[in-house]
Design a protein around this ligand. Sequence first.
Ligand SMILES: [Fe+2]
Length: 369
Amino acid sequence: MYSFQKSTPVIIIDRKTASPEMGSQRSLSYAQEVYHCRRERKRTFVPWKVYTRFCRPTIENVQNGVAFCKEHGSDIIVAIGGGSAIDTSKAIAIIMTNPEFADVRSLEGASPTKHKAMPIVAVSTTSGTAAEVTINYVITDVEKHRKFVCADPHDIPVVAIVDSEMCASMPPKLCASTGMDALVHAIEGYITKGAWELTDMMHLKAIEIISRSLRDSVKGDKSGRENMALGQYIAGMGFSNVGLGIDHSMAHPLSAVYDIPHGTACAILLAPVLKFNAPATGERYREVARAMGVAGVDEMSQEEYRKAAIEAVAKLSADVGIPTKLSELGVQEKDIDFLAESALADACTPGNPRDVTKEEIAEIYRSIL
Ligand SMILES: [Fe+2]
């Protein structure tokens, strides 16, 4: 058990979430309420510090956050936001207790840290990344135009607060993007090489919940948002145990080079990546189609249910306003070689159900350029 009685907390909240439009006052007061409820009995003063001078989990922002925590003697983090705030917090928290990893790049891949991270209370304000429950975080290397994945069981937040009220102020675009990220987690987690019965159960349930709730959630429907908070969480519980695939490998460089939101990059790639992976997935797309509400899947041939699953994904993506062409997001042919090289080297690639070459990755990018 962790003791919160004598700690010096830092609230880590990215600049976007901290903006008045995103309801920062509610976010902050909520976090304070959660934290203070453990303090009230003793009526002690909590010396809050807030680190908010960042938008993305870049190497520089992590280093500044570590310096901030050291300067103020912080020993617990309250991370408020989506993936940006929580991933930044995870890297800071890991380095605080494993100072030999002060070079953030040294954490890439399966980070061989020795100590548990500084405790994190993660308050999620989006429904998609599931960063509050996973072992992963993704850091942007601005200098090298790439994002890199770090996987470390030492970084899991000690408390995850998943409350759809905290996601109520999400604008539709953010809701669609983060929600599609959750769908990609569920589907990639279901077809990844490491998938097994326990995670299958989580992923199929998550696909079902997300598929029937995302459209309503994007429209601002309360119950849609509640269901999405649950669906993304279940997907996170699943994929954190088995990994993902090349949809994420290919999405990471798109965000690093063009600053495309992670969920949008994942969503636009989902149909073409599923098409590429189909030959290596046995009967799995039948269950994906079924979970997405496609009727008559038991009567379908392999070709038919695979097509039906891909069409269902593409329809949901289009319904929530995700573009279908990378050029709409500024992607250019001249960068495809670099994007493909970066995707091939990504930590998610080995988990893909079908082995892939750099040329095949480039071809997938080109197919939706
Ligand atoms: Fe993701």
